[in-house]
Write a protein that binds this ligand. Structure first.
Ligand code: UGA
Length: 439
């Protein structure tokens, strides 16, 4: 089989590379010439564990190629996946100009049957717009090339995207065409040998599934963050409560870790988009509105603890921030809680020195010389007043606390991810603040 994947961003690159891994011939298309040149020369523009190995292997085998020429790539393709960005436009809604632009170009150039698949996260109703855009262009040409559209939302997590793609929990396909179903089934079968399902449904339900999934996950996080804050007030320990509720299989142990609020390019954007879709349709999603406001507040909880500890006077104090990325195993800092915490500290006249195992470069790009960057986690602590842990990278889990005691001015740790044991830290002489835990 042969497919084209348009857009070599996060989703496009991971999807294209993983499809190639099954033996499919994949052409990845991007309008950004520099990016395509980079990819042709063997450089991957994103950090994603495991991606580089399978990318190199499949490029060597000639199954994975890169081009700026969409028309050329469509020749012999059974399906074309649209995986371009949908940046928020001025009023915050997803800007579909790239998605529709690609659909138009497909309509202008396709010469045989193919399935046009929307893989970008797009608002409910977009696949119909994609279909109409292709049709309009075909009409302009006065030609009747057959095609079908499908919606195939992506459920990848940054940091484990390759694994998620190769071993998905489920594949969701929205289409009203049996022919398209057959093509999609053939493409995805190799990934479903683990027995996990491919779920066919109508296009609108498929588009809705993506938003409902992310909104449900965001709800779990805001819920446990709200409970964590209450635990602190009433003297309970959210870590016990988390385990206590999570062992009920209906609730489950996954994705109920309290912290500094959810970030990233997906949850904040998708929760907002679903609220907007509902509003536009005359319905108010009350739960999601609360999820959003709890998350907004949560990003400031750790900072609040710091400010209270120092009786509101942070001027001239220096803080070692461990972790900048919105979560471990990525260099992505979009909507990262670290940015809110750092901004607040700087506003109060404090100094910040940060370290992130992967995202320091991204941090320098975003924050410039507003803060200092340390060469490692210990370097950040030298003469700092306190350690502020924001992202739970594995290498932060078991630091040498004796060394930290010597480096930090005060034996003070603010842990936004509850990765240390309060009792142990207190025994070692640290003052330890976490989220929703007993001191
Ligand atoms: C999320 C979804 O998990 C994916 O299924 C989805 O495909 C993706 O969005 C997308 O729409 O593209 P991602 O944004 O990569 O994936 O990150 P997650 O691992 O879901 O984490 C999101 C945020 O929630 C992070 O800031 C993380 O620290 C936070 N989180 C997660 C918690 O605070 N507590 C938890 O228990 C879990």
């Amino acid at each position: 089989m042969k497919i084209s994947v348009v857009g070599t961003g996060y989703v496009g690159l991971v999807s294209g590379t993983c499809f190639a891994e099954t033996g499919v011939n994949v052409t990845c298309v991007d309008i950004n010439e520099r990016k395509v040149e980079m990819l042709k020369e063997g450089h991957i523009p994103i950090y994603e564990p495991g991606l580089e190995d399978i990318y190199k292997k499949n490029v060597e085998k000639g199954r994975l190629v890169f081009t700026t020429n969409l028309e050329e790539s469509l020749k012999d393709s059974d399906a074309v996946f649209i995986a371009v960005g949908t940046p928020p436009d001025e009023d915050g809604s997803a800007d579909l100009k790239y998605v529709i632009g690609v659909a138009r170009e497909i309509g202008r150039t396709m010469d045989h049957y193919m399935v046009v698949v929307t893989k970008s996260t797009v608002p409910v109703g977009t696949s119909v717009k994609v279909k109409n855009a292709v049709l309009e262009e075909l009409e302009k040409r006065g030609e009747k090339v057959p095609f079908d559209v499908a919606s195939n939302p992506e459920f990848l997590k940054e940091g484990s995207a390759v694994d998620d793609f190769l071993k998905p929990d489920r594949i969701v396909i929205g289409t009203d065409s049996e022919k398209a179903q057959k093509v999609m089934k053939r493409l995805y079968k190799p990934f479903l040998l683990n027995g996990h399902p491919i779920l066919f449904m109508d296009i609108t339900s498929s588009e809705m599934t993506k938003y409902a999934a992310n909104s449900m996950l965001a709800t779990k996080i805001s819920f446990i963050n709200d409970i964590a804050n209450l635990c602190e007030i009433v003297g309970a320990d959210v870590d016990s409560v988390r385990k206590g509720i999570g062992s009920d299989v209906r609730i489950g142990t996954k994705f109920i870790y309290p912290g500094t609020g959810y970030g990233g390019s997906c949850f904040p954007k998708d929760v907002q988009a679903l609220i907007r879709t509902a509003d536009e349709n005359g319905y108010s999603l009350e739960i999601l509105k609360a999820v959003e406001s709890v998350n907004y507040r949560q990003k400031e909880v750790l900072y609040g603890k710091i400010k209270r500890h120092f009786n509101g006077d942070l001027k001239g104090k220096k803080f070692a921030v461990w972790g900048l990325a919105f979560k471990p195993k990525t260099d992505d800092m979009r909507e990262a809680p670290s940015l809110v915490i750092i901004d607040k500290l700087l506003e109060e006249g404090a100094k910040v020195i940060a370290y992130d195992p992967v995202a320091s470069e991204e941090g320098k790009r975003i924050l410039g010389d507003k803060i200092e960057f340390a060469k490692d986690e210990y370097d950040a602590c030298i003469d700092s007043d306190a350690l502020v842990l924001v992202t739970e990278w594995p290498e932060f889990r078991l630091p040498n606390f004796r060394v930290l005691r010597k480096l930090l001015k005060n034996n003070l740790i603010f842990d936004g991810r509850n990765i240390y044991d309060p009792e142990e830290l207190n025994e070692m002489g640290f003052t330890y603040y976490a989220i929703g835990r007993k001191p």
